[in-house]
Design a protein around this ligand. Structure first.
Ligand SMILES: *Cc1c(COP(=O)(O)O)cnc(C)c1O
Length: 450
């Protein structure tokens, strides 16, 4: 598959080069030239595969000839070694062995190592980049500034990946205890993932990374690569779980329309869903849930898009005032507002409404939602009020509630047990390098590993 810049179709690249470059040279977002599409017979076959094998079968259509079918199978089986369950609010699971049928499911995308859906994209991307390094003998250095969660997902995704060194910059004392423990315990003494505690703020960390990328000498010496969320390698894999899970639901509920609700920020998760639908996944519509940062909801209501500064909320991973995948969504629909508003419906909710909803769902069913998932579930509830026929509701669960234990415990008045992967991390000893927010200090440290 070839890719083009969304702002100039004449700027093109092969998949691997789009992946390693992150942005097109003209600053545009990479888009696949053509979304593959499958007949119902073909999709039924893919739905009968395991999730990892279905992902590999889809990935074949998006990569270039540097990836063989067996490479993709290996990459996907290694990346997706955790479950992708569709749960009912009462604790049942929709699977072949014990089909628990309901008209509503939570698609729990938080059973990967860092307990949030970003593992799906990051783990595929890490392995795909490493595959390219192995065959070319090249090396890359990833620099990532984090205020908590992104660093963990990127670090895990690239851990032990050949040809790639990762440096995670976080503000000293500026991340939660669990997050710091996660960042500073990846791999052993010779790990390719290293944490750097910057004596400064998150903005200082971000500025250092920006300065390093702007510094020609450093970019060349260390072959710097970005792993940020606008990389096309992080969008494509987010279509895999929509494609596969919609086929599991269709098999259990033949003939019923399926609607997904997605708690959204940068709209990368929604972009993945829209790609899955265009490939032939049996999805009728997407509901989009926002917190008070809701420029996309305004766009759906009015056709006018007005990005604005973000404001802090309870669902902080969605505090985005200028969603960076918005241009991709327009591009997928030929910049046609009517086409976008036909497949997407949206609503936004205050923190008070979100807290009330988390408490109500917990009291009525025992199901504990993270604040982001709760926003998606509220949006689905609002959407259902407008619909007077039967359909299957799927709310996308984007993070494990224990990741946000502080607020969740306060809201539902209940202690949350630490999930196994986190409990294991809390017992490890930390490795971390402390440095002042100076470019020369960063260059000296990177040189030790070049
Ligand atoms: C990143 C994130 C989101 C938002 O996803 P987008 O792809 O940016 O729309 C929602 N919930 C959680 C928990 C996240 O980490």
């Amino acid at each position: 598959m070839n890719y083009h810049s969304h702002s100039d179709p004449k700027v093109t690249a092969r998949f691997g080069d789009a992946l390693l470059a992150s942005l097109a040279p003209n600053g545009g977002l990479w888009m696949p030239d053509k979304i593959p599409s499958f007949t119902p017979e073909e999709t039924a076959k893919m739905g009968a595969m395991s999730f990892a094998d279905c992902s590999a079968a889809l990935a074949r259509h998006f990569v270039d000839d540097r990836f063989r079918a067996e490479d993709l199978t290996e990459i996907c089986r290694d990346a997706y070694n955790f479950p992708v369950p569709l749960k009912t609010l009462h604790g049942g699971t929709l699977d072949a062995a014990t089909p628990e049928i309901a008209d509503e499911y939570i698609l729990e995308l938080f059973h990967g190592p860092t307990l949030a859906f970003k593992d799906f994209a990051a783990r595929f991307m890490g392995r795909a980049a490493s595959h390219l390094m192995k065959s070319s003998g090249d090396k890359r250095t990833i620099l990532v500034a984090t205020s908590g969660d992104t660093g963990g997902a990127i670090g895990d995704a690239f851990l032990n990946q050949e040809g790639i060194n990762v440096f995670i910059l976080f503000p000293k004392g500026g991340v939660s205890k669990i997050q710091e423990q996660q960042l500073c315990t990846m791999g052993g003494k010779d790990s390719n993932v290293r944490a750097i505690s910057i004596d400064g703020t998150f903005d200082d960390c971000q500025q250092l990374v920006k300065d390093a990328f702007a510094n020609e000498q450093m970019t060349k010496t260390f072959s710097l690569m970005s792993a940020n969320s606008i990389n096309v390698g992080r969008v494509i894999p987010q279509s895999f779980y929509y494609f596969w899970t919609s086929l599991q639901i269709k098999a259990a509920h033949p003939g019923l329309p399926i609607v997904y609700s997605i708690p959204s920020g940068n709209l990368g998760n929604l972009t993945g869903g829209l790609i899955a639908k265009q490939m032939g996944a049996p999805i009728e519509r997407f509901v989009v849930g926002n917190n008070s940062n809701d420029p996309f909801i305004d766009y759906l209501k009015t056709g006018k898009y007005t990005p604005r500064p973000s404001i802090p909320t309870l669902s902080n991973a969605m505090d985005i005032g200028r969603p960076n995948n918005f241009p991709r969504i327009l591009d997928l629909h030929n910049n046609d507002y009517d086409a976008v508003s036909k497949v997407c419906w949206g609503a936004s909710f205050s923190d008070e409404a979100t807290e009330r909803h988390m408490r109500r769902v917990f009291t009525e069913t025992g199901y504990v939602m993270c604040p982001h998932t709760a926003v998606g579930h509220l949006a689905m509830e609002a959407f259902s009020k407008d619909v007077d026929r039967d359909f299957i509701k799927v709310t996308v669960g984007t993070a494990h509630p224990a990741k946000f234990a502080d607020s969740v415990e306060r809201i539902i008045h209940e202690d949350l047990p630490l999930p196994k992967p986190l409990a294991a991390i809390m017992r490890k000893s930390k490795r971390v390098h402390v440095m002042p927010p100076q470019l020369s200090a960063l260059a000296d440290y990177l040189a030790l590993f070049a």
